[in-house]
Design a protein around this ligand. Structure first.
Ligand SMILES: [Zn+2]
Ligand SMILES: [Zn+2]
Length: 553
Protein backbone atom coordinates (compact mmCIF):
# COMPACT_ATOMS: atom_id res chain seq x y z
CA UNK A 1 0.00 0.00 0.00
CA UNK A 2 1.28 3.41 -0.78
CA UNK A 3 2.18 5.73 2.06
CA UNK A 4 -0.54 8.16 3.17
CA UNK A 5 1.25 11.52 3.28
CA UNK A 6 -1.94 13.35 4.31
CA UNK A 7 -1.60 11.87 7.81
CA UNK A 8 1.74 13.68 8.19
CA UNK A 9 0.74 16.99 6.61
CA UNK A 10 1.77 19.05 9.62
CA UNK A 11 5.05 17.21 10.02
CA UNK A 12 8.41 17.68 8.32
CA UNK A 13 9.52 14.70 6.25
CA UNK A 14 12.73 14.05 4.32
CA UNK A 15 12.78 11.73 1.30
CA UNK A 16 16.10 11.10 -0.50
CA UNK A 17 15.70 9.75 -4.06
CA UNK A 18 19.44 9.63 -4.75
CA UNK A 19 22.79 9.96 -2.97
CA UNK A 20 21.79 7.85 0.01
CA UNK A 21 22.93 4.54 -1.44
CA UNK A 22 25.93 5.90 -3.26
CA UNK A 23 28.39 8.75 -3.55
CA UNK A 24 26.80 10.56 -6.47
CA UNK A 25 23.36 11.20 -8.02
CA UNK A 26 22.12 13.40 -5.16
CA UNK A 27 18.42 14.22 -5.05
CA UNK A 28 16.75 15.15 -1.78
CA UNK A 29 13.15 16.07 -1.02
CA UNK A 30 11.57 17.82 1.95
CA UNK A 31 7.84 18.09 2.55
CA UNK A 32 5.52 19.89 4.95
CA UNK A 33 1.92 21.05 4.54
CA UNK A 34 1.50 19.04 1.36
CA UNK A 35 4.24 21.05 -0.41
CA UNK A 36 7.62 19.77 -1.58
CA UNK A 37 11.10 21.26 -1.93
CA UNK A 38 13.93 19.55 -3.80
CA UNK A 39 17.60 20.05 -2.95
CA UNK A 40 19.99 19.05 -5.77
CA UNK A 41 19.38 16.93 -8.83
CA UNK A 42 22.56 15.12 -9.86
CA UNK A 43 23.85 12.35 -12.05
CA UNK A 44 25.74 9.21 -11.15
CA UNK A 45 28.17 7.19 -13.22
CA UNK A 46 27.17 3.80 -14.59
CA UNK A 47 29.16 0.67 -13.77
CA UNK A 48 29.88 -2.38 -15.97
CA UNK A 49 26.36 -3.70 -15.33
CA UNK A 50 25.09 -1.08 -17.76
CA UNK A 51 27.03 -1.69 -20.99
CA UNK A 52 27.11 1.32 -23.30
CA UNK A 53 25.79 3.65 -20.59
CA UNK A 54 27.95 6.34 -18.97
CA UNK A 55 25.42 8.26 -16.91
CA UNK A 56 22.51 7.43 -14.64
CA UNK A 57 19.89 9.73 -13.12
CA UNK A 58 17.43 9.10 -10.28
CA UNK A 59 13.99 7.64 -10.96
CA UNK A 60 11.76 10.63 -10.17
CA UNK A 61 8.35 8.98 -10.77
CA UNK A 62 7.41 9.59 -7.15
CA UNK A 63 7.82 13.35 -7.30
CA UNK A 64 6.51 13.82 -10.84
CA UNK A 65 3.23 12.35 -9.57
CA UNK A 66 3.19 15.32 -7.15
CA UNK A 67 4.54 17.82 -9.64
CA UNK A 68 1.95 20.51 -8.85
CA UNK A 69 3.10 20.61 -5.22
CA UNK A 70 6.82 20.71 -6.01
CA UNK A 71 7.64 24.36 -5.38
CA UNK A 72 11.30 24.55 -6.28
CA UNK A 73 14.70 22.97 -6.75
CA UNK A 74 17.58 24.49 -4.78
CA UNK A 75 21.07 23.67 -6.06
CA UNK A 76 23.84 23.59 -3.46
CA UNK A 77 26.71 23.79 -5.97
CA UNK A 78 27.84 23.25 -9.54
CA UNK A 79 29.01 19.65 -9.34
CA UNK A 80 27.62 17.03 -11.69
CA UNK A 81 26.45 14.81 -8.83
CA UNK A 82 24.31 17.75 -7.63
CA UNK A 83 23.02 19.42 -10.82
CA UNK A 84 24.01 17.15 -13.72
CA UNK A 85 20.54 15.60 -14.03
CA UNK A 86 18.77 18.95 -14.50
CA UNK A 87 19.13 18.94 -18.33
CA UNK A 88 17.44 15.51 -18.42
CA UNK A 89 14.77 15.98 -15.76
CA UNK A 90 13.72 19.63 -15.55
CA UNK A 91 10.80 19.23 -17.95
CA UNK A 92 9.34 16.46 -15.79
CA UNK A 93 9.89 18.47 -12.61
CA UNK A 94 8.42 21.68 -14.02
CA UNK A 95 9.50 23.79 -11.02
CA UNK A 96 11.74 26.87 -10.78
CA UNK A 97 15.40 26.41 -9.91
CA UNK A 98 17.26 28.45 -7.28
CA UNK A 99 21.03 28.78 -7.58
CA UNK A 100 23.87 31.23 -6.93
CA UNK A 101 25.31 33.16 -9.94
CA UNK A 102 28.25 30.78 -10.51
CA UNK A 103 26.08 27.66 -10.24
CA UNK A 104 23.44 29.23 -12.49
CA UNK A 105 26.07 30.17 -15.07
CA UNK A 106 27.50 26.64 -15.04
CA UNK A 107 23.99 25.22 -15.44
CA UNK A 108 23.27 27.52 -18.40
CA UNK A 109 26.41 26.26 -20.15
CA UNK A 110 25.30 22.68 -19.58
CA UNK A 111 21.77 23.36 -20.81
CA UNK A 112 22.97 25.15 -23.93
CA UNK A 113 25.20 22.17 -24.82
CA UNK A 114 21.99 20.11 -25.02
CA UNK A 115 20.95 22.29 -27.97
CA UNK A 116 18.49 25.15 -28.49
CA UNK A 117 14.97 25.08 -27.11
CA UNK A 118 13.11 26.06 -23.98
CA UNK A 119 14.99 26.32 -20.71
CA UNK A 120 13.93 26.05 -17.07
CA UNK A 121 13.23 29.16 -15.00
CA UNK A 122 16.34 29.83 -12.90
CA UNK A 123 16.24 32.35 -10.03
CA UNK A 124 19.70 33.60 -9.17
CA UNK A 125 20.22 33.88 -5.42
CA UNK A 126 23.23 35.83 -4.18
CA UNK A 127 25.65 33.86 -2.00
CA UNK A 128 24.34 33.68 1.57
CA UNK A 129 20.90 35.07 0.68
CA UNK A 130 17.41 33.99 1.74
CA UNK A 131 14.16 33.09 -0.04
CA UNK A 132 10.65 32.11 0.93
CA UNK A 133 9.46 29.10 -1.05
CA UNK A 134 5.97 28.26 0.23
CA UNK A 135 6.29 26.80 3.74
CA UNK A 136 10.09 26.63 3.41
CA UNK A 137 12.18 29.67 4.38
CA UNK A 138 15.62 28.96 3.04
CA UNK A 139 18.94 30.59 3.77
CA UNK A 140 22.13 29.82 1.87
CA UNK A 141 25.33 29.50 3.91
CA UNK A 142 28.69 29.53 2.15
CA UNK A 143 30.95 26.55 2.88
CA UNK A 144 34.32 25.71 1.38
CA UNK A 145 34.46 22.74 -1.01
CA UNK A 146 36.40 22.59 -4.28
CA UNK A 147 34.23 24.80 -6.46
CA UNK A 148 33.05 28.37 -5.90
CA UNK A 149 29.79 29.20 -4.13
CA UNK A 150 29.05 25.88 -2.47
CA UNK A 151 26.00 26.68 -0.30
CA UNK A 152 24.61 24.74 2.62
CA UNK A 153 20.85 25.24 2.75
CA UNK A 154 19.23 26.03 6.08
CA UNK A 155 15.55 25.17 5.65
CA UNK A 156 13.29 26.78 8.24
CA UNK A 157 9.76 25.41 8.63
CA UNK A 158 7.02 25.75 11.21
CA UNK A 159 8.17 22.63 13.02
CA UNK A 160 11.90 23.17 12.93
CA UNK A 161 15.03 23.87 10.92
CA UNK A 162 17.07 21.47 8.81
CA UNK A 163 20.69 22.16 8.00
CA UNK A 164 21.30 20.52 4.63
CA UNK A 165 25.07 20.78 4.32
CA UNK A 166 25.71 19.78 0.71
CA UNK A 167 29.40 18.95 0.04
CA UNK A 168 31.86 20.78 2.22
CA UNK A 169 35.14 20.87 4.08
CA UNK A 170 36.71 23.37 6.42
CA UNK A 171 39.63 24.97 4.60
CA UNK A 172 41.42 27.97 6.09
CA UNK A 173 42.97 28.73 2.68
CA UNK A 174 40.53 27.59 0.00
CA UNK A 175 42.38 29.46 -2.82
CA UNK A 176 39.07 30.48 -4.48
CA UNK A 177 36.31 32.26 -2.55
CA UNK A 178 36.05 32.95 1.19
CA UNK A 179 36.38 30.51 4.08
CA UNK A 180 33.26 28.76 5.42
CA UNK A 181 30.74 31.06 7.08
CA UNK A 182 31.39 29.96 10.68
CA UNK A 183 29.34 32.82 12.11
CA UNK A 184 26.20 31.61 10.35
CA UNK A 185 26.80 28.00 11.34
CA UNK A 186 27.21 29.08 14.97
CA UNK A 187 24.12 31.25 14.71
CA UNK A 188 22.07 28.24 13.68
CA UNK A 189 23.69 26.17 16.40
CA UNK A 190 22.39 28.67 18.93
CA UNK A 191 18.96 28.55 17.39
CA UNK A 192 18.25 24.85 17.83
CA UNK A 193 18.67 22.99 14.59
CA UNK A 194 16.22 20.10 14.47
CA UNK A 195 18.15 17.98 11.97
CA UNK A 196 21.35 18.06 9.97
CA UNK A 197 21.54 16.19 6.66
CA UNK A 198 25.28 15.94 6.16
CA UNK A 199 28.07 14.79 3.78
CA UNK A 200 29.45 11.31 4.64
CA UNK A 201 32.03 10.89 1.82
CA UNK A 202 35.17 10.89 3.98
CA UNK A 203 33.78 9.62 7.27
CA UNK A 204 36.44 6.87 7.29
CA UNK A 205 39.28 9.39 6.95
CA UNK A 206 40.91 10.43 10.23
CA UNK A 207 42.02 14.00 10.85
CA UNK A 208 41.45 16.83 8.39
CA UNK A 209 41.02 16.83 4.61
CA UNK A 210 43.91 19.27 4.05
CA UNK A 211 44.04 22.68 2.44
CA UNK A 212 43.97 23.74 -1.21
CA UNK A 213 46.38 26.52 -0.25
CA UNK A 214 48.97 23.92 0.77
CA UNK A 215 48.39 22.05 -2.51
CA UNK A 216 48.97 25.30 -4.41
CA UNK A 217 52.45 25.71 -2.87
CA UNK A 218 53.55 22.21 -3.85
CA UNK A 219 51.91 22.15 -7.27
CA UNK A 220 53.46 25.48 -8.19
CA UNK A 221 56.92 24.02 -7.54
CA UNK A 222 56.22 20.74 -9.35
CA UNK A 223 55.00 22.62 -12.44
CA UNK A 224 57.93 25.05 -12.38
CA UNK A 225 60.31 22.07 -12.29
CA UNK A 226 58.92 20.56 -15.53
CA UNK A 227 61.68 21.13 -18.03
CA UNK A 228 59.89 19.66 -21.04
CA UNK A 229 56.27 19.33 -22.15
CA UNK A 230 53.98 19.05 -19.15
CA UNK A 231 50.53 17.47 -19.06
CA UNK A 232 48.46 17.81 -15.90
CA UNK A 233 45.12 16.24 -15.19
CA UNK A 234 42.72 17.08 -12.40
CA UNK A 235 38.97 16.91 -11.87
CA UNK A 236 37.44 19.70 -14.00
CA UNK A 237 34.90 19.99 -11.19
CA UNK A 238 37.64 21.16 -8.82
CA UNK A 239 37.85 24.78 -9.88
CA UNK A 240 40.14 25.65 -6.98
CA UNK A 241 42.71 23.24 -8.45
CA UNK A 242 42.13 24.43 -12.01
CA UNK A 243 42.78 27.97 -10.80
CA UNK A 244 45.99 26.86 -9.04
CA UNK A 245 47.23 25.17 -12.21
CA UNK A 246 46.51 28.27 -14.29
CA UNK A 247 48.37 30.45 -11.79
CA UNK A 248 51.32 28.03 -11.54
CA UNK A 249 51.62 27.80 -15.33
CA UNK A 250 51.61 31.59 -15.62
CA UNK A 251 54.27 31.85 -12.88
CA UNK A 252 56.42 29.34 -14.77
CA UNK A 253 55.97 31.24 -18.05
CA UNK A 254 54.04 28.43 -19.71
CA UNK A 255 51.15 28.82 -22.15
CA UNK A 256 48.10 26.75 -21.18
CA UNK A 257 46.30 24.45 -23.57
CA UNK A 258 42.92 23.00 -22.58
CA UNK A 259 41.88 19.50 -23.59
CA UNK A 260 38.41 18.39 -22.47
CA UNK A 261 34.97 19.99 -22.78
CA UNK A 262 34.20 20.00 -19.06
CA UNK A 263 37.23 22.24 -18.47
CA UNK A 264 35.91 24.82 -20.93
CA UNK A 265 32.52 24.77 -19.16
CA UNK A 266 33.91 25.44 -15.68
CA UNK A 267 36.33 28.08 -16.97
CA UNK A 268 33.58 29.95 -18.83
CA UNK A 269 31.36 29.93 -15.72
CA UNK A 270 34.30 31.16 -13.59
CA UNK A 271 35.04 34.02 -16.01
CA UNK A 272 31.37 35.06 -16.07
CA UNK A 273 31.14 35.04 -12.27
CA UNK A 274 34.42 36.85 -11.64
CA UNK A 275 36.39 33.89 -10.25
CA UNK A 276 38.81 34.00 -13.16
CA UNK A 277 40.22 37.04 -14.94
CA UNK A 278 38.34 37.41 -18.25
CA UNK A 279 41.65 38.15 -20.01
CA UNK A 280 43.30 34.82 -19.20
CA UNK A 281 43.84 33.14 -22.54
CA UNK A 282 44.18 29.52 -23.47
CA UNK A 283 45.34 27.86 -26.62
CA UNK A 284 43.59 24.91 -28.19
CA UNK A 285 45.15 21.45 -28.23
CA UNK A 286 45.71 21.93 -31.98
CA UNK A 287 48.36 24.58 -31.29
CA UNK A 288 50.35 22.56 -28.74
CA UNK A 289 52.81 20.87 -31.07
CA UNK A 290 53.86 24.11 -32.75
CA UNK A 291 55.27 25.52 -29.48
CA UNK A 292 58.63 24.71 -27.83
CA UNK A 293 58.11 21.79 -25.42
CA UNK A 294 59.13 23.69 -22.31
CA UNK A 295 56.75 26.57 -23.00
CA UNK A 296 53.45 24.72 -22.82
CA UNK A 297 51.31 23.13 -20.13
CA UNK A 298 48.43 20.94 -21.20
CA UNK A 299 45.56 20.86 -18.73
CA UNK A 300 43.34 17.92 -19.51
CA UNK A 301 40.51 15.71 -18.31
CA UNK A 302 40.60 11.96 -17.88
CA UNK A 303 42.65 11.28 -14.75
CA UNK A 304 40.36 8.32 -13.94
CA UNK A 305 41.38 6.57 -17.18
CA UNK A 306 38.08 7.26 -18.97
CA UNK A 307 38.81 5.68 -22.36
CA UNK A 308 37.49 8.56 -24.47
CA UNK A 309 38.98 11.40 -22.40
CA UNK A 310 42.06 13.34 -23.48
CA UNK A 311 44.56 11.75 -21.10
CA UNK A 312 43.79 8.14 -22.11
CA UNK A 313 44.11 9.11 -25.75
CA UNK A 314 47.46 10.80 -25.11
CA UNK A 315 48.62 7.65 -23.26
CA UNK A 316 47.55 5.42 -26.15
CA UNK A 317 49.17 7.77 -28.65
CA UNK A 318 45.89 8.28 -30.54
CA UNK A 319 45.09 11.83 -29.49
CA UNK A 320 44.48 13.79 -32.71
CA UNK A 321 46.76 16.69 -31.73
CA UNK A 322 48.96 15.92 -28.74
CA UNK A 323 52.04 13.64 -28.72
CA UNK A 324 54.46 13.18 -25.84
CA UNK A 325 58.13 12.31 -25.97
CA UNK A 326 60.65 10.81 -23.52
CA UNK A 327 61.43 13.39 -20.84
CA UNK A 328 57.95 14.94 -20.83
CA UNK A 329 55.97 14.88 -17.59
CA UNK A 330 52.41 13.80 -16.74
CA UNK A 331 51.04 15.03 -13.40
CA UNK A 332 47.98 13.51 -11.73
CA UNK A 333 46.57 16.16 -9.36
CA UNK A 334 43.83 13.77 -8.36
CA UNK A 335 43.14 10.56 -6.52
CA UNK A 336 42.22 7.11 -7.73
CA UNK A 337 38.47 6.70 -7.27
CA UNK A 338 37.84 3.13 -6.04
CA UNK A 339 36.95 0.90 -8.98
CA UNK A 340 39.11 2.84 -11.46
CA UNK A 341 42.51 1.66 -10.20
CA UNK A 342 43.23 -0.81 -13.03
CA UNK A 343 42.35 1.67 -15.75
CA UNK A 344 44.48 4.37 -14.14
CA UNK A 345 47.43 2.02 -13.56
CA UNK A 346 47.28 0.87 -17.20
CA UNK A 347 47.48 4.47 -18.34
CA UNK A 348 50.35 5.10 -15.93
CA UNK A 349 52.21 2.05 -17.34
CA UNK A 350 51.82 3.29 -20.89
CA UNK A 351 53.51 6.57 -19.99
CA UNK A 352 56.34 4.85 -18.11
CA UNK A 353 56.96 2.52 -21.07
CA UNK A 354 57.44 5.62 -23.23
CA UNK A 355 59.91 7.08 -20.69
CA UNK A 356 57.50 9.84 -19.73
CA UNK A 357 57.76 10.85 -16.09
CA UNK A 358 54.59 10.39 -14.03
CA UNK A 359 53.98 12.39 -10.85
CA UNK A 360 51.05 11.71 -8.54
CA UNK A 361 49.87 12.51 -5.02
CA UNK A 362 52.12 9.66 -3.86
CA UNK A 363 55.17 11.74 -4.82
CA UNK A 364 54.14 15.24 -3.70
CA UNK A 365 51.34 16.92 -1.77
CA UNK A 366 49.35 17.77 -4.91
CA UNK A 367 45.83 16.64 -4.07
CA UNK A 368 43.36 17.05 -1.22
CA UNK A 369 39.74 16.00 -0.99
CA UNK A 370 36.86 18.48 -1.01
CA UNK A 371 34.95 16.56 1.64
CA UNK A 372 35.21 16.62 5.44
CA UNK A 373 37.37 14.11 7.31
CA UNK A 374 36.38 13.07 10.83
CA UNK A 375 37.84 16.07 12.69
CA UNK A 376 35.97 18.47 10.41
CA UNK A 377 32.72 16.54 10.89
CA UNK A 378 33.33 16.81 14.61
CA UNK A 379 33.71 20.59 14.40
CA UNK A 380 30.59 20.88 12.28
CA UNK A 381 28.51 18.94 14.82
CA UNK A 382 29.95 21.05 17.64
CA UNK A 383 28.82 24.21 15.86
CA UNK A 384 25.43 23.23 14.50
CA UNK A 385 24.43 20.89 17.37
CA UNK A 386 21.47 19.24 15.62
CA UNK A 387 19.08 17.07 17.62
CA UNK A 388 18.80 14.60 14.71
CA UNK A 389 21.58 13.52 12.32
CA UNK A 390 20.71 12.12 8.90
CA UNK A 391 23.91 11.13 7.09
CA UNK A 392 23.79 11.36 3.30
CA UNK A 393 26.22 11.47 0.31
CA UNK A 394 27.46 7.93 0.90
CA UNK A 395 26.99 4.21 0.56
CA UNK A 396 25.35 2.25 3.37
CA UNK A 397 28.71 1.74 5.10
CA UNK A 398 29.46 5.49 5.05
CA UNK A 399 26.02 6.39 6.39
CA UNK A 400 26.33 3.82 9.17
CA UNK A 401 29.79 5.01 10.22
CA UNK A 402 28.62 8.64 10.10
CA UNK A 403 25.61 7.82 12.31
CA UNK A 404 27.93 6.13 14.80
CA UNK A 405 30.24 9.16 14.81
CA UNK A 406 27.33 11.57 15.31
CA UNK A 407 26.18 9.55 18.33
CA UNK A 408 29.62 9.82 19.92
CA UNK A 409 29.40 13.59 19.40
CA UNK A 410 26.25 13.78 21.48
CA UNK A 411 23.59 13.81 18.76
CA UNK A 412 20.53 12.25 20.37
CA UNK A 413 18.92 10.64 17.34
CA UNK A 414 20.40 9.37 14.08
CA UNK A 415 18.55 7.97 11.07
CA UNK A 416 20.24 5.82 8.45
CA UNK A 417 17.99 6.42 5.46
CA UNK A 418 18.49 4.93 2.01
CA UNK A 419 17.09 6.12 -1.32
CA UNK A 420 13.29 6.06 -1.24
CA UNK A 421 13.03 6.18 2.57
CA UNK A 422 10.47 8.50 4.16
CA UNK A 423 12.16 10.02 7.20
CA UNK A 424 10.10 11.69 9.89
CA UNK A 425 12.10 14.61 11.28
CA UNK A 426 10.52 15.00 14.71
CA UNK A 427 12.29 15.09 18.04
CA UNK A 428 11.92 11.76 19.84
CA UNK A 429 10.32 10.23 16.75
CA UNK A 430 13.07 10.51 14.13
CA UNK A 431 12.85 7.36 12.05
CA UNK A 432 12.09 5.83 8.67
CA UNK A 433 8.30 5.52 8.49
CA UNK A 434 7.76 4.35 4.94
CA UNK A 435 9.13 3.95 1.45
CA UNK A 436 8.48 5.48 -1.97
CA UNK A 437 9.51 4.41 -5.47
CA UNK A 438 13.17 5.09 -6.21
CA UNK A 439 15.83 3.71 -8.53
CA UNK A 440 18.00 4.52 -11.50
CA UNK A 441 17.35 5.55 -15.09
CA UNK A 442 20.11 5.14 -17.69
CA UNK A 443 20.99 7.91 -20.13
CA UNK A 444 21.53 5.87 -23.28
CA UNK A 445 22.72 8.16 -26.05
CA UNK A 446 19.84 10.57 -26.48
CA UNK A 447 17.20 8.43 -24.75
CA UNK A 448 16.41 7.46 -21.18
CA UNK A 449 15.88 3.77 -20.49
CA UNK A 450 15.19 1.53 -17.49
CA UNK A 451 18.32 0.08 -15.91
CA UNK A 452 16.50 -3.19 -15.21
CA UNK A 453 14.59 -3.48 -18.51
CA UNK A 454 14.89 -5.75 -21.56
CA UNK A 455 17.25 -3.48 -23.50
CA UNK A 456 19.95 -3.53 -20.83
CA UNK A 457 19.44 -7.23 -20.07
CA UNK A 458 19.82 -8.11 -23.76
CA UNK A 459 22.83 -5.84 -24.12
CA UNK A 460 24.56 -7.57 -21.21
CA UNK A 461 23.84 -10.96 -22.81
CA UNK A 462 25.16 -9.73 -26.17
CA UNK A 463 28.32 -8.54 -24.44
CA UNK A 464 28.86 -11.78 -22.51
CA UNK A 465 27.53 -14.44 -24.91
CA UNK A 466 27.22 -12.92 -28.37
CA UNK A 467 24.27 -13.40 -30.73
CA UNK A 468 23.04 -15.81 -33.35
CA UNK A 469 20.78 -14.78 -36.23
CA UNK A 470 19.03 -17.32 -38.47
CA UNK A 471 16.94 -16.43 -41.53
CA UNK A 472 14.54 -18.99 -42.92
CA UNK A 473 12.66 -18.53 -46.18
CA UNK A 474 9.59 -20.72 -46.55
CA UNK A 475 7.09 -21.30 -49.31
CA UNK A 476 3.38 -21.07 -48.66
CA UNK A 477 3.17 -24.74 -47.68
CA UNK A 478 5.99 -24.40 -45.22
CA UNK A 479 8.67 -25.88 -47.47
CA UNK A 480 12.20 -24.50 -47.24
CA UNK A 481 12.80 -22.45 -50.39
CA UNK A 482 16.47 -21.62 -50.04
CA UNK A 483 19.30 -22.58 -47.70
CA UNK A 484 19.05 -21.34 -44.11
CA UNK A 485 21.23 -18.26 -43.53
CA UNK A 486 23.07 -18.08 -40.25
CA UNK A 487 25.47 -15.64 -38.62
CA UNK A 488 26.68 -15.55 -35.04
CA UNK A 489 28.69 -12.38 -34.24
CA UNK A 490 30.59 -12.53 -31.00
CA UNK A 491 30.24 -16.29 -30.62
CA UNK A 492 31.17 -18.13 -33.84
CA UNK A 493 34.01 -17.29 -36.21
CA UNK A 494 32.77 -17.73 -39.81
CA UNK A 495 36.12 -19.26 -40.87
CA UNK A 496 37.18 -21.32 -37.89
CA UNK A 497 33.76 -22.53 -36.85
CA UNK A 498 32.48 -23.46 -40.31
CA UNK A 499 31.79 -27.05 -39.22
CA UNK A 500 29.67 -26.02 -36.28
CA UNK A 501 27.82 -23.47 -38.43
CA UNK A 502 27.06 -26.22 -40.99
CA UNK A 503 25.84 -28.44 -38.15
CA UNK A 504 23.55 -25.68 -36.89
CA UNK A 505 22.11 -25.23 -40.38
CA UNK A 506 21.58 -28.99 -40.71
CA UNK A 507 19.88 -29.04 -37.29
CA UNK A 508 17.55 -26.19 -38.30
CA UNK A 509 16.71 -27.90 -41.61
CA UNK A 510 15.95 -31.07 -39.72
CA UNK A 511 13.82 -29.22 -37.17
CA UNK A 512 11.82 -27.65 -40.01
CA UNK A 513 10.99 -31.08 -41.42
CA UNK A 514 9.21 -31.86 -38.16
CA UNK A 515 7.23 -28.63 -38.06
CA UNK A 516 3.57 -29.17 -38.83
CA UNK A 517 2.51 -27.79 -42.21
CA UNK A 518 0.02 -25.40 -40.59
CA UNK A 519 2.39 -24.06 -37.95
CA UNK A 520 2.52 -20.25 -37.72
CA UNK A 521 5.71 -18.27 -38.24
CA UNK A 522 6.11 -17.55 -34.51
CA UNK A 523 5.74 -21.21 -33.64
CA UNK A 524 8.35 -22.17 -36.24
CA UNK A 525 10.76 -19.47 -35.05
CA UNK A 526 10.37 -20.62 -31.44
CA UNK A 527 10.99 -24.27 -32.33
CA UNK A 528 14.15 -23.36 -34.25
CA UNK A 529 15.30 -21.11 -31.43
CA UNK A 530 14.93 -23.87 -28.86
CA UNK A 531 16.80 -26.31 -31.05
CA UNK A 532 19.68 -23.85 -31.52
CA UNK A 533 19.77 -23.00 -27.84
CA UNK A 534 20.11 -26.65 -26.89
CA UNK A 535 22.83 -27.21 -29.45
CA UNK A 536 24.95 -24.19 -28.46
CA UNK A 537 24.62 -25.01 -24.78
CA UNK A 538 25.86 -28.54 -25.48
CA UNK A 539 28.65 -27.62 -27.93
CA UNK A 540 29.93 -24.37 -26.42
CA UNK A 541 28.28 -24.08 -23.01
CA UNK A 542 27.06 -20.61 -24.06
CA UNK A 543 23.63 -19.01 -24.15
CA UNK A 544 23.76 -16.31 -26.82
CA UNK A 545 20.87 -14.07 -27.84
CA UNK A 546 19.13 -16.04 -30.62
CA UNK A 547 16.98 -14.28 -33.22
CA UNK A 548 15.15 -16.35 -35.82
CA UNK A 549 13.47 -14.60 -38.75
CA UNK A 550 10.89 -16.52 -40.78
CA UNK A 551 9.96 -15.06 -44.16
CA UNK A 552 7.16 -16.43 -46.40
CA UNK A 553 7.25 -16.08 -50.16
ZN1 LIG B 1 28.75 15.61 -4.18
ZN1 LIG C 1 30.67 18.56 -4.73
Amino acid sequence: MSFDFSKYEDELLFVPLGGSNEIGMNLNLYTIGGKWLMVDCGIGFANENLPGVDIIVPDITFITERKKDLLGLVLTHAHEDHLGAVPYLWRDLGCPIYATPFTASFLHHKLSEMGPGSKPKVYEMPVGSTAEIGPFAIELIELTHSIPEMQAVAIRTEVGTVMHTGDWKFDADPVVGPVSDYAQLNKYGDGNVLAMVCDSTNVFVEGESGSEGEVRKHLTKVIADCKQRCVISTFASNFARVSTIIQAAQDAGKVIALAGRSLHRVIEAAKESGYLDKNVEFISDKEVMSLPRKDVLILCTGNQGEPRAALSRIARGDHPNIRLQPGDTVIFSSRKIPGNETRINNMHNRFVEKKIEVISDKDFFIHVSGHPARDELKRMYEMVRPRIAVPTHGEARHLHEHAKLAKTLGVKETVEAFNGAIVWLAEGEASVIGKVQSGYIAIDGTSMIATDGDIIRTRRKLRDDGALFASIILGKDGELISAVQLSAPGILDPKEDDELIAECIAEITHALENVKARAGDNQIAEQVRLCLRKMLKKELDKKPVIEVHVVRV
